[in-house]
Design a protein around this ligand. Sequence first.
Ligand code: GA4
Length: 384
Amino acid sequence: PTPISQRTKTTTKKTRSSPLGLGVGINIPTIDLGVDHHERSLLPHKIVQACEEYGFFKVVNHGVPKEVISTMENQGNAFFAKTASEKQQAAGPATSPFGYGCKNIGFNGDMGELEYLLLPTTNSPRSSVCDLSEPISSPDFSSVGIYFWITHTVFEMELIGNALLCSCAVNDYIEAVRELACEILNLLGEGLRVPNKSVFSRLIRDVQSDSCFRLNHYPPLKQQQQQQPSSRSGWEWDLSSPKPKLTPSTPRMGFGEHSDPQILTILRSNDVEGLQICTRAGLWVPVPPDPSEFCVFVGDALQAMTNGRFVSVRHRVLVASSVKSRMSMMYFGAPPLNAWISPLPKLVSTQKPIRYKPFTWSEFKKAAYSLRLGDCRLDLFKIH
Ligand code: GA4
Protein backbone atom coordinates (compact mmCIF):
# COMPACT_ATOMS: atom_id res chain seq x y z
CA PRO A 1 0.00 0.00 0.00
CA THR A 2 0.98 3.63 -0.54
CA PRO A 3 2.64 5.16 2.55
CA ILE A 4 0.15 7.12 4.64
CA SER A 5 1.98 10.40 4.07
CA GLN A 6 1.31 10.10 0.32
CA ARG A 7 -2.41 9.40 0.62
CA THR A 8 -4.70 12.35 -0.02
CA LYS A 9 -7.65 13.50 2.04
CA THR A 10 -11.33 13.15 1.16
CA THR A 11 -14.46 14.23 2.99
CA THR A 12 -17.55 12.29 4.05
CA LYS A 13 -20.50 12.20 1.69
CA LYS A 14 -24.17 11.92 2.56
CA THR A 15 -26.26 9.31 0.70
CA ARG A 16 -28.24 11.09 -1.97
CA SER A 17 -31.71 10.44 -3.26
CA SER A 18 -31.75 7.59 -5.75
CA PRO A 19 -34.41 5.88 -7.85
CA LEU A 20 -33.24 2.66 -6.22
CA GLY A 21 -33.88 3.69 -2.67
CA LEU A 22 -36.09 5.67 -0.43
CA GLY A 23 -33.76 8.60 -0.71
CA VAL A 24 -32.92 8.35 2.94
CA GLY A 25 -29.80 10.23 3.85
CA ILE A 26 -27.78 8.68 6.61
CA ASN A 27 -24.18 9.55 7.10
CA ILE A 28 -22.49 6.37 6.01
CA PRO A 29 -19.45 6.09 8.27
CA THR A 30 -16.32 6.90 6.31
CA ILE A 31 -12.89 6.04 7.59
CA ASP A 32 -9.94 8.01 6.27
CA LEU A 33 -6.82 5.88 6.50
CA GLY A 34 -4.66 8.67 5.13
CA VAL A 35 -4.74 10.82 8.26
CA ASP A 36 -1.73 11.99 10.25
CA HIS A 37 -0.39 10.36 13.38
CA HIS A 38 -2.62 12.22 15.85
CA GLU A 39 -5.88 11.61 14.00
CA ARG A 40 -4.89 8.02 13.43
CA SER A 41 -5.08 7.38 17.15
CA LEU A 42 -8.83 8.06 16.90
CA LEU A 43 -9.39 5.47 14.16
CA PRO A 44 -9.72 2.34 16.35
CA HIS A 45 -12.63 3.88 18.23
CA LYS A 46 -14.29 5.22 15.04
CA ILE A 47 -14.12 1.86 13.28
CA VAL A 48 -15.45 0.00 16.32
CA GLN A 49 -18.38 2.44 16.43
CA ALA A 50 -19.18 1.88 12.75
CA CYS A 51 -19.08 -1.90 13.22
CA GLU A 52 -21.40 -1.67 16.21
CA GLU A 53 -23.87 0.67 14.59
CA TYR A 54 -23.99 -0.56 11.00
CA GLY A 55 -21.53 -3.43 10.53
CA PHE A 56 -20.50 -1.36 7.53
CA PHE A 57 -18.30 1.57 6.57
CA LYS A 58 -16.43 3.09 3.68
CA VAL A 59 -12.67 3.50 3.51
CA VAL A 60 -10.96 6.37 1.71
CA ASN A 61 -7.24 6.93 1.18
CA HIS A 62 -6.83 3.20 1.58
CA GLY A 63 -3.41 2.96 -0.03
CA VAL A 64 -4.31 0.29 -2.58
CA PRO A 65 -2.54 1.50 -5.74
CA LYS A 66 -4.87 2.78 -8.48
CA GLU A 67 -3.13 0.69 -11.14
CA VAL A 68 -3.69 -2.51 -9.17
CA ILE A 69 -7.40 -1.71 -9.05
CA SER A 70 -7.74 -0.63 -12.68
CA THR A 71 -5.79 -3.63 -13.97
CA MET A 72 -8.11 -5.93 -12.04
CA GLU A 73 -11.14 -4.04 -13.26
CA ASN A 74 -9.99 -4.32 -16.88
CA GLN A 75 -9.47 -8.05 -16.45
CA GLY A 76 -12.96 -8.38 -15.01
CA ASN A 77 -14.56 -6.36 -17.80
CA ALA A 78 -12.66 -8.38 -20.39
CA PHE A 79 -13.84 -11.61 -18.83
CA PHE A 80 -17.52 -10.64 -18.76
CA ALA A 81 -17.29 -9.31 -22.35
CA LYS A 82 -16.52 -12.84 -23.58
CA THR A 83 -19.19 -14.92 -25.27
CA ALA A 84 -21.59 -16.96 -23.12
CA SER A 85 -20.02 -20.21 -24.26
CA GLU A 86 -16.50 -18.98 -23.50
CA LYS A 87 -17.57 -17.95 -20.03
CA GLN A 88 -19.40 -21.22 -19.54
CA GLN A 89 -16.08 -23.02 -19.94
CA ALA A 90 -15.07 -21.45 -16.66
CA ALA A 91 -18.09 -22.90 -14.82
CA GLY A 92 -17.25 -25.32 -12.03
CA PRO A 93 -18.75 -28.77 -11.47
CA ALA A 94 -22.35 -28.69 -10.17
CA THR A 95 -21.10 -29.42 -6.65
CA SER A 96 -18.55 -26.58 -6.53
CA PRO A 97 -19.42 -22.98 -5.74
CA PHE A 98 -16.30 -21.87 -7.61
CA GLY A 99 -15.95 -20.74 -11.19
CA TYR A 100 -18.31 -18.86 -13.48
CA GLY A 101 -21.98 -18.69 -12.61
CA CYS A 102 -25.01 -17.03 -14.13
CA LYS A 103 -28.11 -16.19 -12.07
CA ASN A 104 -27.79 -19.17 -9.68
CA ILE A 105 -26.57 -18.31 -6.19
CA GLY A 106 -25.62 -21.22 -3.92
CA PHE A 107 -27.32 -24.60 -4.26
CA ASN A 108 -30.78 -24.05 -2.84
CA GLY A 109 -32.62 -22.17 -5.54
CA ASP A 110 -31.53 -18.56 -4.93
CA MET A 111 -31.36 -16.50 -8.10
CA GLY A 112 -30.22 -13.01 -9.01
CA GLU A 113 -29.92 -10.85 -12.10
CA LEU A 114 -26.16 -11.27 -12.34
CA GLU A 115 -23.27 -13.32 -13.59
CA TYR A 116 -20.16 -13.89 -11.52
CA LEU A 117 -16.80 -15.47 -11.13
CA LEU A 118 -15.97 -16.94 -7.72
CA LEU A 119 -12.38 -17.93 -7.00
CA PRO A 120 -10.53 -19.37 -4.04
CA THR A 121 -7.43 -17.44 -2.96
CA THR A 122 -4.19 -18.72 -1.60
CA ASN A 123 -1.92 -16.82 0.73
CA SER A 124 1.59 -16.92 -0.46
CA PRO A 125 4.29 -17.18 2.21
CA ARG A 126 6.46 -15.00 -0.05
CA SER A 127 5.37 -11.90 -1.91
CA SER A 128 3.91 -12.45 -5.37
CA VAL A 129 6.34 -12.11 -8.21
CA CYS A 130 4.89 -11.37 -11.61
CA ASP A 131 7.10 -13.17 -14.07
CA LEU A 132 5.49 -12.97 -17.48
CA SER A 133 8.06 -15.33 -18.96
CA GLU A 134 6.54 -18.17 -16.93
CA PRO A 135 3.79 -20.18 -18.58
CA ILE A 136 0.40 -19.66 -16.92
CA SER A 137 0.18 -23.24 -15.69
CA SER A 138 3.55 -23.23 -13.94
CA PRO A 139 3.33 -24.34 -10.32
CA ASP A 140 3.67 -20.85 -8.92
CA PHE A 141 2.72 -20.88 -5.25
CA SER A 142 1.72 -17.23 -5.33
CA SER A 143 -0.90 -17.98 -7.96
CA VAL A 144 -4.62 -18.00 -7.34
CA GLY A 145 -4.82 -21.08 -9.50
CA ILE A 146 -2.45 -23.16 -7.42
CA TYR A 147 -5.29 -24.45 -5.28
CA PHE A 148 -6.69 -25.99 -8.42
CA TRP A 149 -3.30 -27.13 -9.59
CA ILE A 150 -2.72 -29.20 -6.49
CA THR A 151 -6.15 -30.50 -5.66
CA HIS A 152 -8.05 -30.55 -8.91
CA THR A 153 -8.05 -31.76 -12.47
CA VAL A 154 -7.60 -30.68 -16.04
CA PHE A 155 -10.90 -28.82 -15.87
CA GLU A 156 -9.54 -26.38 -13.34
CA MET A 157 -6.42 -25.81 -15.38
CA GLU A 158 -8.69 -24.75 -18.23
CA LEU A 159 -10.47 -22.48 -15.82
CA ILE A 160 -7.26 -20.63 -15.08
CA GLY A 161 -6.29 -20.47 -18.72
CA ASN A 162 -9.67 -19.34 -19.97
CA ALA A 163 -10.96 -17.22 -17.18
CA LEU A 164 -7.86 -15.66 -15.69
CA LEU A 165 -5.64 -14.78 -18.55
CA CYS A 166 -3.53 -12.74 -16.21
CA SER A 167 -3.58 -14.37 -12.81
CA CYS A 168 -0.97 -11.75 -11.84
CA ALA A 169 -3.65 -9.06 -11.85
CA VAL A 170 -5.77 -11.14 -9.50
CA ASN A 171 -2.87 -12.00 -7.21
CA ASP A 172 -1.69 -8.40 -6.95
CA TYR A 173 -5.21 -7.19 -6.23
CA ILE A 174 -5.91 -9.84 -3.61
CA GLU A 175 -2.60 -9.26 -1.91
CA ALA A 176 -3.19 -5.48 -1.68
CA VAL A 177 -6.76 -5.84 -0.49
CA ARG A 178 -5.83 -8.52 2.06
CA GLU A 179 -3.27 -6.07 3.47
CA LEU A 180 -6.00 -3.45 3.75
CA ALA A 181 -8.29 -5.98 5.48
CA CYS A 182 -5.51 -6.81 7.96
CA GLU A 183 -4.88 -3.13 8.67
CA ILE A 184 -8.58 -2.66 9.43
CA LEU A 185 -8.77 -5.82 11.55
CA ASN A 186 -5.75 -4.72 13.59
CA LEU A 187 -7.41 -1.35 14.22
CA LEU A 188 -10.52 -3.24 15.36
CA GLY A 189 -8.39 -5.37 17.68
CA GLU A 190 -6.96 -2.17 19.14
CA GLY A 191 -10.35 -0.50 19.45
CA LEU A 192 -11.79 -3.51 21.29
CA ARG A 193 -8.74 -3.55 23.59
CA VAL A 194 -8.29 -7.28 23.24
CA PRO A 195 -4.96 -8.65 24.54
CA ASN A 196 -3.70 -9.57 21.06
CA LYS A 197 -4.70 -6.96 18.48
CA SER A 198 -3.97 -9.34 15.60
CA VAL A 199 -6.47 -11.92 16.85
CA PHE A 200 -8.65 -11.31 13.75
CA SER A 201 -6.04 -10.50 11.11
CA ARG A 202 -3.96 -13.62 11.84
CA LEU A 203 -6.90 -15.75 10.69
CA ILE A 204 -6.98 -14.25 7.21
CA ARG A 205 -3.18 -14.02 6.99
CA ASP A 206 -2.90 -17.74 7.66
CA VAL A 207 -1.51 -19.63 4.65
CA GLN A 208 -4.52 -21.94 4.97
CA SER A 209 -7.07 -19.12 5.06
CA ASP A 210 -10.26 -20.02 3.18
CA SER A 211 -10.70 -16.49 1.80
CA CYS A 212 -12.23 -16.09 -1.63
CA PHE A 213 -12.56 -13.50 -4.34
CA ARG A 214 -15.65 -12.71 -6.38
CA LEU A 215 -16.45 -10.58 -9.40
CA ASN A 216 -20.14 -9.75 -9.84
CA HIS A 217 -21.46 -8.35 -13.10
CA TYR A 218 -24.97 -6.94 -13.29
CA PRO A 219 -25.68 -6.48 -17.00
CA PRO A 220 -27.79 -3.58 -18.25
CA LEU A 221 -31.41 -4.06 -19.25
CA LYS A 222 -32.34 -5.68 -22.53
CA GLN A 223 -31.83 -3.87 -25.83
CA GLN A 224 -35.47 -2.96 -26.22
CA GLN A 225 -35.63 -1.17 -22.88
CA GLN A 226 -32.31 0.55 -23.51
CA GLN A 227 -33.56 2.11 -26.71
CA GLN A 228 -36.27 4.04 -24.94
CA PRO A 229 -36.05 7.80 -25.47
CA SER A 230 -34.53 8.45 -22.05
CA SER A 231 -31.33 6.95 -20.84
CA ARG A 232 -31.61 8.48 -17.40
CA SER A 233 -30.64 5.80 -14.93
CA GLY A 234 -33.55 4.36 -12.98
CA TRP A 235 -36.31 5.93 -15.08
CA GLU A 236 -38.40 4.62 -17.97
CA TRP A 237 -41.21 5.79 -20.23
CA ASP A 238 -44.65 4.59 -19.22
CA LEU A 239 -46.26 4.11 -22.63
CA SER A 240 -49.48 2.62 -21.27
CA SER A 241 -51.17 5.98 -20.69
CA PRO A 242 -52.33 8.19 -23.62
CA LYS A 243 -49.63 10.72 -22.79
CA PRO A 244 -46.29 8.93 -22.22
CA LYS A 245 -44.64 9.94 -18.97
CA LEU A 246 -41.32 9.28 -17.27
CA THR A 247 -41.68 7.00 -14.25
CA PRO A 248 -39.16 5.34 -11.97
CA SER A 249 -38.50 1.86 -13.33
CA THR A 250 -39.08 -1.23 -11.20
CA PRO A 251 -35.70 -2.41 -10.03
CA ARG A 252 -34.77 -6.07 -10.32
CA MET A 253 -33.09 -8.05 -7.59
CA GLY A 254 -29.44 -8.32 -8.55
CA PHE A 255 -28.30 -10.10 -5.39
CA GLY A 256 -30.85 -10.80 -2.66
CA GLU A 257 -30.68 -9.73 0.96
CA HIS A 258 -28.03 -11.56 2.97
CA SER A 259 -25.09 -11.19 5.31
CA ASP A 260 -21.63 -12.46 4.42
CA PRO A 261 -20.52 -15.53 6.39
CA GLN A 262 -16.81 -14.62 6.60
CA ILE A 263 -14.89 -12.27 8.93
CA LEU A 264 -14.67 -9.17 6.74
CA THR A 265 -15.59 -8.29 3.15
CA ILE A 266 -13.84 -5.60 1.13
CA LEU A 267 -15.89 -4.45 -1.87
CA ARG A 268 -15.02 -2.11 -4.68
CA SER A 269 -17.47 -1.27 -7.47
CA ASN A 270 -17.50 0.83 -10.60
CA ASP A 271 -19.64 3.97 -10.62
CA VAL A 272 -22.97 2.19 -11.13
CA GLU A 273 -25.33 2.23 -8.16
CA GLY A 274 -27.28 -0.69 -6.74
CA LEU A 275 -25.81 -1.63 -3.34
CA GLN A 276 -28.04 -1.12 -0.32
CA ILE A 277 -27.43 -1.86 3.34
CA CYS A 278 -30.00 -2.51 6.04
CA THR A 279 -29.79 -0.49 9.25
CA ARG A 280 -30.48 -2.01 12.67
CA ALA A 281 -33.89 -0.34 12.47
CA GLY A 282 -34.62 -2.30 9.29
CA LEU A 283 -34.32 0.62 6.88
CA TRP A 284 -32.75 -0.02 3.47
CA VAL A 285 -30.17 2.63 2.62
CA PRO A 286 -28.58 3.04 -0.83
CA VAL A 287 -24.80 3.22 -0.79
CA PRO A 288 -23.61 5.72 -3.44
CA PRO A 289 -20.99 4.05 -5.63
CA ASP A 290 -17.50 5.53 -5.65
CA PRO A 291 -14.76 3.67 -7.54
CA SER A 292 -12.07 5.34 -5.47
CA GLU A 293 -13.39 3.95 -2.18
CA PHE A 294 -13.74 0.53 -0.61
CA CYS A 295 -16.82 -0.69 1.26
CA VAL A 296 -16.19 -2.84 4.32
CA PHE A 297 -18.77 -5.33 5.64
CA VAL A 298 -18.68 -7.13 8.99
CA GLY A 299 -19.31 -10.85 8.41
CA ASP A 300 -21.03 -13.48 10.57
CA ALA A 301 -17.72 -14.89 11.88
CA LEU A 302 -16.73 -11.47 13.24
CA GLN A 303 -20.16 -11.05 14.80
CA ALA A 304 -19.64 -14.37 16.61
CA MET A 305 -16.07 -13.54 17.71
CA THR A 306 -17.22 -10.20 19.12
CA ASN A 307 -20.05 -11.98 20.96
CA GLY A 308 -22.62 -9.99 18.97
CA ARG A 309 -21.07 -6.58 19.70
CA PHE A 310 -20.56 -6.11 15.95
CA VAL A 311 -23.38 -6.91 13.55
CA SER A 312 -22.93 -8.65 10.22
CA VAL A 313 -24.67 -6.17 7.97
CA ARG A 314 -27.51 -7.36 5.75
CA HIS A 315 -27.15 -6.02 2.25
CA ARG A 316 -28.50 -6.50 -1.28
CA VAL A 317 -28.04 -5.22 -4.81
CA LEU A 318 -30.92 -3.82 -6.83
CA VAL A 319 -30.53 -3.20 -10.53
CA ALA A 320 -32.37 -0.30 -12.10
CA SER A 321 -32.54 0.41 -15.80
CA SER A 322 -29.20 1.79 -16.84
CA VAL A 323 -27.09 1.84 -19.93
CA LYS A 324 -24.09 0.78 -17.94
CA SER A 325 -23.56 -2.45 -16.06
CA ARG A 326 -22.45 -2.61 -12.48
CA MET A 327 -19.29 -4.53 -11.72
CA SER A 328 -18.13 -5.20 -8.20
CA MET A 329 -15.09 -7.03 -6.87
CA MET A 330 -15.19 -8.57 -3.42
CA TYR A 331 -12.52 -10.05 -1.23
CA PHE A 332 -14.04 -12.24 1.50
CA GLY A 333 -11.54 -12.64 4.35
CA ALA A 334 -12.10 -16.04 5.97
CA PRO A 335 -10.36 -18.22 8.58
CA PRO A 336 -8.75 -21.58 7.74
CA LEU A 337 -11.32 -24.40 7.51
CA ASN A 338 -10.16 -25.99 10.77
CA ALA A 339 -10.03 -22.74 12.78
CA TRP A 340 -12.33 -22.45 15.80
CA ILE A 341 -14.55 -19.40 15.91
CA SER A 342 -15.79 -18.43 19.35
CA PRO A 343 -16.57 -15.25 21.29
CA LEU A 344 -13.37 -13.64 22.62
CA PRO A 345 -13.13 -14.03 26.43
CA LYS A 346 -12.57 -10.26 26.75
CA LEU A 347 -16.03 -9.68 25.28
CA VAL A 348 -17.86 -12.13 27.53
CA SER A 349 -18.94 -11.16 31.05
CA THR A 350 -21.82 -11.68 33.46
CA GLN A 351 -23.50 -8.64 31.89
CA LYS A 352 -22.74 -9.94 28.41
CA PRO A 353 -23.07 -13.73 28.61
CA ILE A 354 -21.73 -15.87 25.81
CA ARG A 355 -24.13 -15.77 22.83
CA TYR A 356 -22.69 -18.30 20.38
CA LYS A 357 -21.43 -21.86 20.68
CA PRO A 358 -17.91 -22.29 19.31
CA PHE A 359 -17.79 -23.71 15.78
CA THR A 360 -15.16 -24.46 13.18
CA TRP A 361 -15.20 -22.37 10.02
CA SER A 362 -15.76 -25.56 8.04
CA GLU A 363 -18.87 -26.38 10.11
CA PHE A 364 -20.21 -22.86 9.63
CA LYS A 365 -19.58 -22.90 5.91
CA LYS A 366 -21.42 -26.19 5.60
CA ALA A 367 -24.35 -24.67 7.48
CA ALA A 368 -24.31 -21.62 5.17
CA TYR A 369 -24.49 -23.78 2.05
CA SER A 370 -27.29 -25.91 3.50
CA LEU A 371 -29.48 -22.83 3.99
CA ARG A 372 -30.94 -20.14 1.73
CA LEU A 373 -29.08 -16.93 0.94
CA GLY A 374 -31.23 -14.74 3.21
CA ASP A 375 -31.29 -17.10 6.22
CA CYS A 376 -29.69 -16.08 9.51
CA ARG A 377 -27.21 -18.93 9.75
CA LEU A 378 -25.68 -17.67 13.02
CA ASP A 379 -28.99 -18.50 14.71
CA LEU A 380 -28.03 -22.18 14.43
CA PHE A 381 -25.16 -21.50 16.84
CA LYS A 382 -26.99 -19.21 19.26
CA ILE A 383 -27.00 -19.98 22.98
CA HIS A 384 -30.47 -19.19 24.29
C1 GA4 B 1 -22.55 -14.67 0.29
C2 GA4 B 1 -21.15 -14.05 0.28
C3 GA4 B 1 -20.26 -14.62 -0.82
O1 GA4 B 1 -20.64 -14.08 -2.09
C4 GA4 B 1 -20.34 -16.16 -0.88
C5 GA4 B 1 -21.77 -16.52 -1.18
C6 GA4 B 1 -22.09 -17.99 -1.37
C7 GA4 B 1 -22.15 -18.34 -2.88
O2 GA4 B 1 -22.65 -17.55 -3.65
O3 GA4 B 1 -21.72 -19.43 -3.21
C8 GA4 B 1 -23.42 -18.25 -0.59
C9 GA4 B 1 -23.73 -16.92 0.14
C10 GA4 B 1 -22.42 -16.19 0.15
C11 GA4 B 1 -24.25 -17.13 1.58
C12 GA4 B 1 -25.12 -18.40 1.83
C13 GA4 B 1 -24.77 -19.54 0.86
C14 GA4 B 1 -23.32 -19.38 0.42
C15 GA4 B 1 -24.60 -18.69 -1.42
C16 GA4 B 1 -25.50 -19.30 -0.41
C17 GA4 B 1 -26.79 -19.51 -0.59
C18 GA4 B 1 -19.31 -16.72 -1.85
C19 GA4 B 1 -20.23 -16.74 0.49
O4 GA4 B 1 -19.24 -17.17 1.03
O5 GA4 B 1 -21.48 -16.77 1.08
